[in-house]
Design a protein around this ligand. Structure first.
Ligand code: PLP
Length: 377
């Protein structure tokens, strides 16, 4: 069994993907070919945001957003404690300080109350200027923007949505990657919408920021790439990857999102009452980057992982190390903030195999093995 069955997806889409790859190879337009702009146009339309700017990966996308706002030395940026390292790394990379925030133990996303408290603490201490909030759509489910956005507005903070795992998720009819003042995503192969290498994108309704980010992506270009008006970087999406994403986006919208939700529902139906299943609040819709359950204790989680592995069932722990425990962040000395809920989740969480292409019998086997393991206890 595969943890995320990308090979099954390729089998289904092979004809179209092979064709687009060969087309790009013969066209000679390897960088900034027409597929790149076409993809940006389609993604902006799908997400419901004015500008989509593609770039080299989801980490660059976060950095570009922070740079466009001029976030840097002396600034504090609030980041959830349970996330992939890049969400916080981007903050340090631009010279600012990440302040870690506890999570909501049911949704695993940033806890708005803890965010409020941390902002008040930073404002009172005056060591750093509170500048921005990075809310992460963890495991495919949007963060609670109905609470987080007003907190940002009351405190004059930029809201950056890290939608690397969230693409395709939504709250009511509003799609992920439209909730931030700037939102970002990643096209890393295993993300909800992935390419066959690295890729990412930035979304915003703001014309000025969009223009700055387009410039930053290409060495701070002005009129053209030999007119350089700021220090930027080289961060572009390859034409081949854009072509592949055009094919995959179609499948994503037409059936993949629907299918993966059906698979998640099958897991939930079979595992309810057996383990803690993922909580999707009313009106929220996940794109299921991960299907993550909670066990009772760390010991039970670790032994179940081992047991499933013996049955050839791959599982993952997202994430084994919280941000405030990362070696690279030890100098920040943030132990004084409270991370009680993140600590509890981190010890007990386990992500199960899922993809739009997982088979019913595979889901049933995973559930049967979990039940068998827990009955033995
Ligand atoms: C994957 C991921 C990123 C980084 O994306 P890359 O394309 O791998 O650079 C950032 N944030 C989160 C939450 C992610 O899951």
């Amino acid at each position: 069994m595969e943890f995320r069955n990308l090979k099954a997806q390729y089998k289904v889409l092979k004809q179209d993907i092979d064709q687009v790859v060969l087309e790009v190879c013969s066209s000679g337009n390897y960088i900034m070919g027409p597929q790149v702009r076409e993809l940006e146009k389609q993604l902006a339309e799908y997400v419901g945001v004015k500008h989509c700017i593609s770039c080299a990966n989801g980490t660059d996308a976060l950095q570009l957003a922070l740079q466009a706002w001029g976030v840097g030395s002396g600034d504090a940026v609030f980041v959830p404690d349970l996330t992939f390292f890049a969400s916080a790394e981007a903050v340090s990379f631009v010279g600012a300080v990440p302040i870690f925030i506890d999570i909501d133990e049911r949704t695993f996303n940033m806890d708005p109350d803890s965010l409020k408290k941390a902002i008040a603490k930073v404002n009172m201490e005056k060591k750093y200027r509170a500048k921005a909030v990075i809310a992460v759509d963890l495991f495919g489910q949007p963060a609670d923007y109905s609470l987080i956005r007003p907190i940002c507005e009351q405190n004059g903070l930029y809201l950056l949505e890290d939608g690397a795992q969230g693409f395709g998720g939504r709250i009511q009819d509003k799609l992920a990657c439209s909730f931030g003042d700037i939102s970002t995503t990643s096209f890393f192969p295993a993300k909800p919408l992935g390419c066959y290498g690295d890729g990412g994108a930035v979304f915003t309704n703001n014309d000025k920021w969009a223009e700055i980010i387009r410039s930053l992506c290409v060495h701070g270009k002005g009129e053209n790439k030999y007119d350089n008006i700021r220090i930027g970087t080289n961060s572009r999406l390859d034409t081949i990857q854009a072509g592949i994403l055009l094919v995959k986006q179609k499948a994503f919208v037409e059936y993949e999102l629907h299918d993966i939700n059906k698979h998640a529902a099958r897991y939930t139906q079979r595992l309810t009452g057996v383990v803690e299943t993922p909580f999707v609040p009313e009106g929220f819709f996940s794109s299921w980057a991960q299907y993550s359950i909670l066990l009772k204790t760390k010991n039970e989680r670790d032994r179940l992982k081992e047991f499933l592995s013996e049955s050839q069932i791959p599982t993952m722990i997202y994430y084994p190390v919280l941000m405030h425990h990362q070696t690279a962040f030890q100098h920040l000395e943030q132990q004084e903030y409270s991370f009680v809920k993140a600590l509890k989740v981190c010890e007990r969480i386990l992500s199960l195999p899922i993809s739009p292409y997982i088979q019913h019998k595979e889901i049933d086997l995973v559930c049967e093995r979990i039940q068998h393991f827990l009955r033995r206890q």
